[in-house]
Write a protein that binds this ligand. Structure first.
Ligand code: AVJ
Length: 322
């Protein structure tokens, strides 16, 4: 078992992005990637087992049920690179199916060292699988992982959990194009996408009755307090969920319950909020199955297969670079 971590090169500063997002004219916003510090990632783990939130269960179930079929359609041998390693739990099914056919190197890519350590712990014991983590942004990490390919070896990229839904639609499609540019014809991308479903079901999934998602959202302000020395009063912000029909996305906001001013010393700024003004913290787009095929096709992939969960509409899309 070869296990090593390759450290980050440069990381854009948290403070600079917080400053830009909160001083922006119009809708204030914060990049959703900052929801996932150690506390936020732990809260997301809880979200993923809530009865109202079926996304992670559907994702994992599809991978468990279809791992053999998925792997059976891949050009072998492959190395595996995963964008956003998370806990590594659902990746197990793919790696186990692969490891009975070939020795496999798995490259989890994540800006969070905790996530890398976790996926290593979860998957480190699988026979014939070696793990090399990259603590880098997705595309930097993918470029580095793909550079390890040997003659005749293909690359399988995993982008699971509908993380693509956090991007704007155009940016999501553009991202597929960027992944494609790193790949060779015949390489594969397994893309998980949450699908359009009744609005009530979506709202309930992001506004659960015991408040885990609210805590997940508010933790972003707590993190700014911890890391940037800010004085957000968490009692004065409320978790809010909106369905944006035009964009087909669910949005998380933090609503200021009164007029207030917050100091953020290590972002060198002071931010004023009017009563009921919101900070937009995350969006999660929902897709039509054909829409995913269209996006992929325009960006140099063909959709080889699509598996859809019957209970919670979610799709695993096996895309092959053409
Ligand atoms: C991890 C991005 C897929 O969009 O559903 C869950 C994050 N936010 N509840 C999603 C999330 C609030 C989640 N993703």
């Amino acid at each position: 078992m070869l296990t090593q971590a390759i450290a980050a090169r440069s990381v854009t500063s948290f403070g600079a992005e917080v400053r830009a997002g909160l001083l922006k004219a119009g809708q204030k916003e914060l990049p959703s990637k900052y929801l996932y510090d150690e506390v936020g990632s732990a809260l997301f783990e809880v979200i993923s087992v809530l009865p109202e939130y079926g996304l992670t269960r559907a994702d994992e179930q599809l991978l468990r049920q279809h791992a053999e079929r998925i792997v059976g359609r891949l050009p072998l041998p492959v190395l595996v690179a995963e964008l956003g390693s998370g806990t590594g739990k659902k990746t197990r099914w793919i790696l186990e199916a692969l490891s009975s056919r070939q020795r496999t190197t798995y490259y989890p890519i994540d800006i969070s060292r905790t996530a890398l350590a976790q996926s290593e712990k979860e998957l480190g014991q699988i026979e014939f699988v070696s793990i090399v983590g990259y603590e880098r942004p997705y595309l930097d990490g993918l470029l580095a992982a793909a550079a390890n390919r040997r003659d005749g070896e293909h690359v399988l990229v995993l982008f699971l959990g509908s993380t693509i839904g956090n991007f704007d639609r155009p940016a999501g499609e553009e991202f597929l194009g960027e992944v494609r540019r790193i790949l060779f014809p015949g390489d594969a991308l397994l893309l998980g996408t949450d699908l359009v479903k009744p609005v009530m079901q979506v709202i309930a999934a992001y506004d659960d009755p015991i408040g885990v998602t609210a805590a997940f959202n508010l933790n972003l302000l707590a993190r700014i307090n911890r890391e940037l020395g800010a004085n957000f009063d968490l009692e004065r912000f409320r978790h809010e969920v909106r369905w944006n029909e035009a964009e087909r996305r669910v949005e998380m906001h933090l609503r200021s319950t009164c007029a207030q001013t917050v100091r953020i010393p290590r972002a060198s700024c002071t931010v004023s909020f009017s009563k009921d003004e919101t900070i937009w913290t995350e969006s999660s787009r929902k897709y039509f199955p054909d829409e995913v095929v269209g996006m992929a096709t325009r960006r140099g992939f063909r959709c080889d297969a699509q598996w859809i969960d019957a209970e919670w509409p979610f799709a695993q899309n096996l895309l092959i670079a053409v």
